[in-house]
Design a binder for this molecule. Structure first.
Ligand SMILES: [Fe+2]
Ligand SMILES: [Fe+2]
Length: 246
């Protein structure tokens, strides 16, 4: 199991992917924004909330000039995912900044008074090409837990930025998942995901991809053999409507 490192600094997950989140010991629900650096360009995933903003932005600035960020990806519209988008836009201050999200998400986040160009992934074949030629692929994760929820797959590093899916609530948080990690995903999915059928449909889609690591917006990074373990666990997990009394 990899060591988390200093949580007061950004943490490298691969050579070009960095965790830039805010850690607080008393919080069970940690948010994980990630920065992908590709040549001269950078992509910020799920930048997070207003309270987390100062720490997230400091960690980003330690890695890149904010003006290098050409794209922000929002997996869905929750406040813990993109509550700080308007201030993030201000700091990036780039007229050609794009925000990538599903159209169902854009319809809601426009109420954050955003000024950047809207890139609706579902109107562009669920793909986006960066300046270097690197292509990001977006995977629909319908109703997990939002109608327009998406994950982003980076074929170059075989990494999946999964949004809330594969998220976890934990007492003792670690950036990298350890033995027995799937149990930590149970209560979050049971409470926030609509049904096991929705989860199974998404995992069937994810199984078509060659995934080395999953980077969820909460909980821990899941790598190597843990990926299959996580798929098997969620495929068998009743949640949401499955647990309602009929
Ligand atoms: Fe959410
Ligand atoms: Fe979330």
């Amino acid at each position: 199991m990899k060591k988390t490192g200093d949580v007061n600094e950004s943490i490298a997950i691969t050579r070009d992917i960095h965790w830039v989140g805010f850690y607080e010991r008393s919080t069970r629900l940690h948010c994980n924004p990630y920065l992908l650096i590709d040549d001269q360009e950078a992509v910020l995933f799920d930048p997070g909330s207003i309270p987390d903003f100062p720490v997230v932005m400091r960690k980003v600035i330690d890695l890149v000039n904010p003006g290098a960020i050409s794209l922000v990806v929002a997996s869905h519209q929750d406040p813990d995912v993109c509550g700080n988008l308007a201030v993030v836009e201000d700091v990036i201050s780039r007229p050609d900044l794009r925000i990538a999200a599903h159209a169902h998400t854009h319809r809601l986040i426009q109420h954050l008074a955003l000024s950047s160009d809207r890139f609706a992934v579902d109107e562009h074949g669920y793909r986006l090409r960066l300046a270097s030629g690197r292509t990001l692929e977006f995977v629909p994760m319908p109703f997990l837990h939002s109608p327009g929820a998406i994950a982003t797959y980076d074929p170059k590093t075989r990494s999946l930025f999964s949004g809330d899916v594969f998220g976890a609530l934990v007492e003792e948080w670690d950036l990298f998942a350890g033995p027995g990690f799937p149990e930590n995903m149970a209560s979050f999915h049971q409470a926030y995901m609509p049904s096991n059928a929705h989860l199974r449909a998404a995992i069937r889609r994810l199984r078509q991809l060659d995934i080395d690591r999953i980077l969820p917006q909460h909980g821990s990074v899941i790598e190597g053999a843990q990926v299959a373990e996580a798929f098997d666990f969620l495929e068998a997990l009743p949640c949401g409507l499955d647990l309602e009394e009929r």
